[in-house]
Every structure is written in structure tokens, then in C-alpha cells.
Design a protein around this ligand. Structure first.
Ligand code: ZN
Length: 308
């Protein structure tokens, strides 16, 4: 039986608190597996590297436990779209509202214990379509700085666009300083997604000063570097297609993340007819699953930090 706190690592030295959340979507097990392996890698490091020093604390947590148990994105509703003060004050009866309140209590306690400063929240996900390796920072400089070390395309503006996500809530907290971002490690069932998630967390631990660059061999980092070679370094969010209930949305088959699309290209169909792209750009997270109401996103490559 999966526990809410998958594990933690600390040597009792001062430093940042890094909370890695996994499985907010129950069909995304790669993050869970990655954190269990990484915690073991950290435990083993001292055996071969007696001078290994870890500053601060790493805590790995699991999100939607009932959905993870049945490997579904969610039971009643998307746990990563309901984080709001209104829902905390008056949570619904759906399974995910209970999960949100339990998750929030665990994370809030960790933040409080750390004094609300030097706190980082890295939310690990995977995608249905292949090729989905990217990071989603907030507009905060520190968040973008961490994303830049993850050797994966950085998508700007999507965190701001999506309402009710966990990291948007925590990044917006005014009573604590929390640097938050999302890392998408690849396709749900691709075993390499586990390795890429491990590599991203190690890079994050280095950037925030938890571990020195020489410690913990990051043997999976080359996977990220190789995979991202032909992908844009940075892209701006342009458009998101929302699926309403009974839309009968069907994505055209065969799209991969970062596939280039033309203006006026037919991307999908629903009960109103063809859904045509208003933009030239690249496709992100095309909807090839039965659950969820994000149809697809369109992004545009940028040369520098042009946040829209
Ligand atoms: Zn997800």
C-alpha cells in the first residue's frame, strides 16, 4: 500500500527543503518509482563516497492515492485543477477533494517546520503522448533558473494559464516563499521516464545547493541532453483547447509532443465539427486519454525570456 510520504533524506545540515510531489495523476507512476529509487541512491551514496554532504532535506510525497491504486488519472475529478481557497473552505464530496486536503496538510506542515523560507516544490508528471519532456516554471526567476538546468524544453506561461494546479497555489502563497515548478518526464509507461525524472531531481538538488556538483553521479542526465537536442530550449504558451462535457472531442491520431503544426491545420474534431489551429507553432499534450478536459496546447518557440 502506497503511503502519502514516500520517504525523505537529510543529514541534519542546514539548507533548502525540497518537496517532490508525484502521482497527482494516478496513471503517472514514473515519478513515484523515480523518487523511491532516488532515495535509495542517496542512502547508498555514503557507502562509496564517505564525504558526501547533503544540505537541507528532500521529501517525496504521493498525490492521488486512490487513483494511483487503480492507475487512473483520477477517480472523480482532476486533483491538479481544484486547488483554491474556495475549495479548501468548502471541499466537495469527491475523492479528490479529500486527497487535496490531506496532501495540503502534509505539505503545509513541512513548510511550517522549515520556517517558510528556502522551500522548493517540484511536481513530477508524465504525458499520454510520446516526446513529452519539458519543464513548466512559474514567472519567478528562481523557478526559471532551476528549469534551465533540467536539460529539457522550458514552457513559459502555461502555469499561469492553468487554474487550480497545486504548484500555482503554493507559488502564490504570501505567508511563505516557495519556489515551484513542474517537470514532465516523458510518456507514462516509458521506463526511461523514471530515469529522466531522477536526472531532473538531481539537477534541481544541485541548483538549489542541496548537493555539490561532484557528488551523486548523474548517469541519467545524458538521456535528457540527448532527448532535448532537437527540441526548442524555450517556448511560450499560445493557446489551450478546453474540452467541455459531451463535446465528443477526438484528437487527430499521430501527434507527438513538439510536433510542428501549421495555421489552419485540422487538429481534432468534436460535435461542432473540425477544430482548426489558429496558430503556427508546436503541439503539446495532445489528448489521447479518456479522462481530463485539456484537449491540446499550442506553443511557440522563443529565443529568450519573452514571457507573455
Ligand atoms: Zn500529470
Amino acid at each position: 500500500m502506497l503511503k502519502r510520504i514516500l520517504g525523505s533524506y537529510s543529514q541534519g545540515k542546514r539548507g533548502p527543503l525540497l518537496i517532490c510531489s508525484t502521482g497527482l495523476h494516478g496513471n503517472e507512476w514514473a515519478g513515484v518509482n523515480a523518487m523511491e529509487l532516488l532515495l535509495q541512491i542517496l542512502e547508498d551514496e555514503l557507502v562509496t563516497n564517505p564525504t558526501f554532504t547533503f544540505h537541507g532535506k528532500l521529501v517525496a510525497i504521493a498525490g492521488n492515492l486512490p487513483a494511483l491504486n487503480v492507475k487512473k488519472r483520477y477517480i472523480n475529478c482532476d486533483l491538479n485543477r481544484i486547488w483554491s481557497q474556495r475549495n479548501f473552505d468548502n471541499p466537495g464530496n469527491e475523492a479528490e477533494f479529500g486527497e487535496m486536503m490531506k496532501l495540503k496538510e502534509v505539505i503545509d506542515d513541512l513548510i511550517l517546520e522549515w520556517g517558510g523560507e528556502d522551500v522548493y516544490l517540484l511536481d513530477l508528471h508524465t504525458t499520454t503522448a510520446k516526446g513529452g519532456i519539458f519543464s513548466l516554471p512559474t514567472t519567478e526567476v528562481e523557478s526559471i533558473k532551476i528549469a534551465e538546468t533540467m536539460h529539457a524544453p522550458i514552457i513559459l506561461g502555461l502555469v499561469e494559464k492553468l487554474n487550480g494546479t497545486m504548484i500555482k497555489y503554493y507559488a502564490g502563497r504570501t505567508d511563505a516563499h516557495i519556489t515551484a515548478l513542474v517537470f514532465e518526464a516523458g510518456q507514462h509507461d516509458d521506463n526511461l521516464s523514471i530515469n529522466r525524472a531522477i536526472a531532473a531531481v538531481i539537477n534541481c538538488m544541485r541548483t538549489i545547493g542541496a548537493v555539490a556538483a561532484d557528488d551523486i553521479e548523474n548517469r541519467f542526465d545524458q538521456l535528457l541532453i540527448d532527448y532535448s537536442r532537437d527540441l526548442p530550449k524555450m517556448a511560450n504558451f499560445l493557446y489551450g483547447h478546453h474540452i467541455a462535457p459531451d463535446d465528443h472531442f477526438v484528437m487527430k491520431p499521430g501527434y507527438l509532443n513538439f510536433d510542428r503544426i501549421c495555421k489552419n491545420e485540422v487538429l481534432a474534431n468534436d460535435r461542432y465539427g473540425e477544430i482548426i489551429s489558429k496558430y503556427e507553432g508546436m503541439i503539446l499534450m495532445p489528448h489521447y486519454q479518456t479522462q481530463g478536459d485539456d484537449g491540446f496546447f499550442i506553443i511557440k518557440e522563443v529565443e529568450s525570456h519573452q514571457i507573455i
